[in-house]
Write a protein that binds this ligand. Structure first.
Ligand SMILES: Nc1ncnc2c1ncn2[C@@H]1O[C@H](COP(=O)(O)OP(=O)(O)OP(=O)(O)O)[C@@H](O)[C@H]1O
Length: 254
């Protein structure tokens, strides 16, 4: 697996005119394992979607993301579609194969192997609407396995799963890290982050810290993130720095 690093250069990502990620600069080193943490509404999911190319930058740049595999938040997925577990895994190849091409037999075999690897052998034909939350999260991890991307983006991967499933999925995350993939996960469990994630990015729209987890997740930083969230609950403003100011800042830095 050739390692992929991702650089963010003064990245701002908006919903409408409101910034969800605000002038974020830094680098996910190749092969790093980073937790993205912060209060509700801090911009974590928006950042992941931008890294996956699903949400455009308002200003600034994302460099080097290349081929990524995204695990979206489970709550954002409609399981009402009559799709089988195997088809859901195969869905991961649509970006490469296109929606109207036949799925090669080898890909089907790989998808079956991926379901097997996450402990769901025999679930191939089960409709995704009929499996539990934890089983569905395993299906989504199987999809990531099939995608086999150098960058893996995980949005709250251990939400609504039991301890056994969380341990199995965390083992998979550690394996990806060991294989040299760049892994970025949105998480709320600070104990887990401190225990298993060497790097952290603390976001509250603005970046409050990015680096070694112990240095980022200080009591002072976490308190500041919380108070920023309380401030914006009263009403988020537009980005105060206009295009001209951004260009001037970039020119000064160059
Ligand atoms: N589709 C959307 N349209 C408008 N605003 C949105 C949309 N999605 C998110 N937002 C807003 O953007 C901000 C950041 O949302 P985002 O989902 O990225 O935060 P988050 O840190 O992932 O939150 P959480 O921890 O609750 O999942 C929030 O204020 C949210 O209300």
């Amino acid at each position: 697996m050739s390692p992929a690093g991702i650089t963010l250069a003064d990245l701002t990502v908006c919903h409408g005119r409101r910034p969800a990620v605000h002038h974020l600069s830094g680098r996910f080193a190749p092969g790093s394992l980073t937790a993205v943490v912060g209060p509700n509404g801090a911009g974590k999911s928006t950042l992941l979607r931008a890294l996956a190319g699903l949400h455009p930058a308002q200003s600034g740049r994302i460099e080097g993301a290349g081929r990524v595999a995204l695990l979206p938040q489970q709550s954002s997925i409609d399981r009402g579609f009559p799709l089988s577990c195997l088809d859901t895994v195969l869905f991961g190849l649509w970006a490469e194969a296109g929606p109207f091409r036949a799925i090669p037999r080898a890909a089907r075999a790989r998808a079956e192997a991926a379901l097997d690897a996450v402990g769901l052998r025999g679930f191939e034909r089960r409709p995704v609407g009929s499996v539990s939350s934890g089983q569905f999260q395993r299906v989504l991890f199987a999809r990531l396995l099939l995608q086999d991307a150098p960058v893996v983006l995980l949005d709250e991967p251990f939400n609504a799963v039991d301890a056994r499933t969380a341990a199995d999925l965390l083992a998979m995350v550690r394996r990806w890290h060991g294989e040299g993939r760049t892994v970025i996960a949105v998480l709320h469990d600070m104990d887990l982050v401190r225990d298993a994630f060497p790097e952290s990015l603390l976001l509250a729209r603005d970046c409050l810290g990015w680096g070694r987890t112990a240095e980022v997740l200080t009591a002072a930083n976490l308190l500041r993130a919380r108070s920023m969230a309380e401030d914006w609950a009263a009403g988020a403003g537009e980005c105060g720095r206009g295009r001209a100011a951004i260009d001037a800042a970039a020119a000064t830095a160059a």
